[in-house]
Design a protein around this ligand. Structure first.
Ligand code: ZN
Length: 172
């Protein structure tokens, strides 16, 4: 089954695909403060772009995924292997057994119905519990909206209003 990434960068074993994978890894690690990526907290990318490309290209295959052999270890050649994405997801994200799942964000084990349905996942559930998921994009956008609104208010108070007052004081 071709993944989204495979469709975007069709040339398996190509340099462009390898580079794109490298950027994805760096992006995840650098955004380790986000709930979705909190599993990467403390993880470092100890492989250079060129080293990665050289390593990845001959190992590439459709639907492949870069895996850290030791999940607590860094991204370095000695701790990396290429495995099917489905296997990777099953390995380090969701542990679903006896109707419970472990949330990849908070690390808590919760009943399966605490996880949203997600058809992309092997067990059909999201890797992040509903409680963690609810705090994620909504709060970010609300915060961004509040910031934008405040900026508008400040602009009105400091720029628009004094201009209007100045205009009025001239008797226009
Ligand atoms: Zn959670």
């Amino acid at each position: 089954m071709p993944s989204k990434i495979d469709k975007r960068h069709k040339e398996i074993g190509g340099r462009h695909r390898a580079l794109s994978r490298y950027h994805m890894i760096v992006h995840r690690v650098e955004n380790a403060h986000l709930p979705r990526n909190s599993g990467y907290k403390g993880i470092l990318v100890l492989v250079s772009k060129d080293e990665f490309i050289e390593w990845f290209m001959p190992r590439d295959f459709p639907g492949c995924s870069v895996d850290r052999i030791d999940n607590k270890g860094h991204y370095q050649l000695s701790n990396m292997q290429v495995i099917p994405l489905t296997q990777n997801v099953a390995k380090d994200r969701v542990i679903a057994r006896d109707g419970v799942c472990r949330c990849y964000s908070c690390g808590n084990t919760k009943p399966i119905n605490s996880f949203a349905v997600d058809k992309r996942r092997q067990n059909g559930r999201s890797t992040i519990c509903k409680a963690c998921d609810a705090t994620r994009p909504k709060n970010i956008s609300e915060e961004a909206r509040a910031r934008a609104l405040n900026a508008q208010r400040v602009y009105y108070r400091n720029v628009t209003k004094p201009k209007l007052q100045a205009l009025r004081s001239t008797g226009l």
